[in-house]
Design a protein around this ligand. Structure first.
Ligand SMILES: [Zn+2]
Length: 230
């Protein structure tokens, strides 16, 4: 009977096709899974290397923080885990790290900038323009501070901790953002307590190169590095 014949034929071919197709589909799914994981990871890491400095305003960075709390301060959610790991590693190394600043709103940054200008003017020796120039180098003009991203934290003055952070913060994805001698590159005064999260891969390379974020990004994106994501 033809129908029986067909059924027998199908039974003979089906296992082969199923096994081959099954193996191929599984291999494709596994490969795609790895690629997706890689792409997603790259996307997350890229978001973390966003550049904000006197020449690249927060508005142009395309980054908007997703805030959460840490030690009574606000930070971007993406750095909660690595910051927690950095803090506990510092404690295990015998330090008592204290965060003095993290996320700042535009108003808070404006208040800080204005207060810094007022303090400088109180000395009576500077013009308003000179005071503003100095304040811009010291704390950053409103709209150009990494603190408005929620990706940067300031540690309270502690020379031994600063020295430990310089050697170890990169392991947790953080870089010393304003190293000594980098003022013309970063547009900011050196600041041993300001750490910026850039992601583990970038932090490792920046540390190994002994570079600034500006130099690191210009290697990949050209001299006028301005990185826009999302
Ligand atoms: Zn800072």
């Amino acid at each position: 009977m033809p129908s029986e014949h067909l059924a027998v034929k199908r039974r003979k071919i089906k296992p082969w096709i199923l096994i081959v197709l099954g193996v191929l589909a599984l291999a494709l799914l596994i490969l795609l899974g790895f690629r997706l994981k890689g792409w997603r990871h790259q996307g997350q890491e890229s978001r973390m290397t966003v550049l904000v400095n006197p020449w690249n305003a927060v508005e142009n960075s395309g980054f908007s923080p997703n805030l959460t709390e840490q030690d009574g301060l606000q930070i971007d959610k993406s750095i909660k885990k690595p910051l927690g790991e950095l803090l506990s590693a510092a404690r295990q190394a015998g330090f008592s790290p204290v965060l003095t600043a993290a996320y700042r709103t535009r108003e808070e940054q404006l208040e800080l900038f204005d207060a810094t200008v007022r303090d400088l003017l109180a000395g009576g020796e500077l013009s308003e323009n000179e005071a503003m120039e100095i304040a811009a180098m010291r704390v950053g003009r409103p709209g150009t501070s990494e603190h408005e991203l929620g990706l940067a934290v300031d540690f309270a003055e502690d020379e031994a901790l600063f020295s430990w952070l310089r050697e170890n913060a990169w392991r947790y994805g953080f870089i010393l953002r304003y190293p000594n001698g980098s003022e013309s590159l970063t547009g900011r005064d050196a600041d041993p307590g300001h750490y910026r999260y850039v992601g583990a891969a970038a932090a490792e390379q920046i540390h190994a190169m002994n570079a600034t974020l500006e130099e690191y990004l210009s290697l990949f994106y050209g001299d006028s590095a301005q990185v826009i994501f999302e």
